[in-house]
Design a protein around this ligand. Structure first.
Ligand SMILES: Nc1nc2c(ncn2[C@@H]2O[C@H](COP(=O)(O)OP(=O)(O)OP(=O)(O)O)[C@@H](O)[C@H]2O)c(=O)[nH]1
Ligand SMILES: [Mg+2]
Length: 340
């Protein structure tokens, strides 16, 4: 337990694990990490390997033994669009690669370096940590998104991070739709020591959120994480229910919810753009969490979302484990995606 608490503390620092490794003090029983645990950057790179391998193969196919010309650049741009990076970004990256390199041979590493730099340039402004207002008591985080995108798991992972940071956390089982969802959150509560406010299956989700916020206030909790049922963004009545949850939370505390996180499943590709738009309009999304980057060759979608919407990306998930959620760092992501 001491080891895992220590890991979470490190993780909460928001730095890349490889940087931390360098700075870590003499290992002691308290601070030593299991040596077989891959650092976060290694996990990120292995998680993104399907995306980066696809890009690498294509880059090799386009540029090997060929001088850089308009056709090669067009192929490169088309390939980036297919990799979900978005048309504007793809055009900008191809233009950048072309600068000063016409009629010359380029190495794969050169192409990947330009790719990583341009991706980082796009992602830099959106890589912003989730700031918890310590005076809010509690800082209310509402987690919304399409079915199965990772809301409940993300709440569990976040609860673990906050608890490791010494924060008092309350979880609201606001997905009253499925009994299994309530159970799933209770398990995360047991794992992380967070109190879980849950009602009966079929109870009113907004009412549950109301009760949970009052409980969290009475407990002087630092953070309240509110789970919600999965919903498709094109189902009007379900989106209205989400608006009602927000309204009811505001009745208890006008400044809440302080954060509205939208979880996006990286494997869905382009539909994620529409999810950001609609959930943004209806639920006042303040930040994004992209999950399942480990299961897809479509990790480039995060670049398109950053370019189009500019919403903060707080965390990314590269696995189901509690340690597989990390603050989003633009440079690490860009390098891992470009395969550098
Ligand atoms: N590989 C991988 N799996 C993930 C990640 N995040 C979540 N999952 C898995 O995705 C599945 C769905 O996650 P949930 O957290 O239940 O998703 P949800 O949004 O709460 O789903 P609903 O409540 O049904 O809308 C679970 O099996 C999770 O373990 C991730 O980053 N990588
Ligand atoms: Mg859920």
């Amino acid at each position: 337990m001491a080891e895992s608490r220590n890991l979470f503390r490190r993780v909460l620092g928001g730095n890349r694990a490889t940087d931390d490794d360098k700075a870590s003090p003499e290992p002691t029983a308290e601070t030593s990490e299991p040596t077989d645990r891959p650092s976060w950057f290694k996990r990120l790179r292995s998680g993104l390997s399907r995306s980066s391998n696809a890009l690498s193969e294509n880059i090799a196919g386009i540029f090997t033994r060929r001088k850089l010309d308009a056709d090669a650049l067009q192929d490169f741009e088309d390939m980036l669009i297919k990799a979900d990076l978005g048309i504007d970004t793809a055009t900008a990256i191809a233009a950048k690669l072309g600068e000063g390199r016409f009629d010359k041979e380029v190495t794969d590493t050169e192409v990947k370096t330009v790719l990583a730099e341009e991706i980082e340039r796009t992602l830099g402004p959106v890589a912003r940590p989730l700031a918890v207002d310590a005076t809010a008591k509690p800082h209310v985080v509402l987690v919304v998104g399409v079915n199965g995108t990772g809301k409940t798991t993300t709440i569990g992972k976040l609860a673990a991070k906050f608890a490791a940071d010494g924060k008092v956390v309350v979880l609201a089982a606001g997905d009253t739709f499925r009994a299994a969802a309530i159970e799933q959150l209770k398990i995360w509560g047991e794992r992380t020591g967070a109190k879980v406010v849950a009602g009966e299956q079929g109870a009113d989700a907004a009412g549950l959120a109301f009760d949970a916020l009052q409980t969290a206030q009475a407990d002087s909790a630092d953070v309240l994480l509110v789970d919600t049922a999965g919903r498709l963004q094109n189902k009007a009545e379900l989106m209205e229910e989400l608006e009602k949850i927000v309204r009811v939370i505001r009745k208890v505390e006008p400044s809440a919810p302080h954060s509205v996180l939208l979880t996006l499943d990286a494997t869905t590709g382009q539909n994620a753009l529409n999810q950001v738009e609609i959930f943004g309009q209806r639920a006042g999304v303040t930040g994004l969490v992209m999950t399942k980057l480990d299961g897809t060759a479509r990790g480039g979608i995060l670049v398109a979302i950053a370019a189009k919407h500019g919403l903060p990306v707080h965390f990314i998930g590269v696995g189901e484990g509690v340690e597989d959620l990390e603050p989003f760092a633009a440079k690490d992501f860009a390098m891992a995606l470009a395969g550098l």
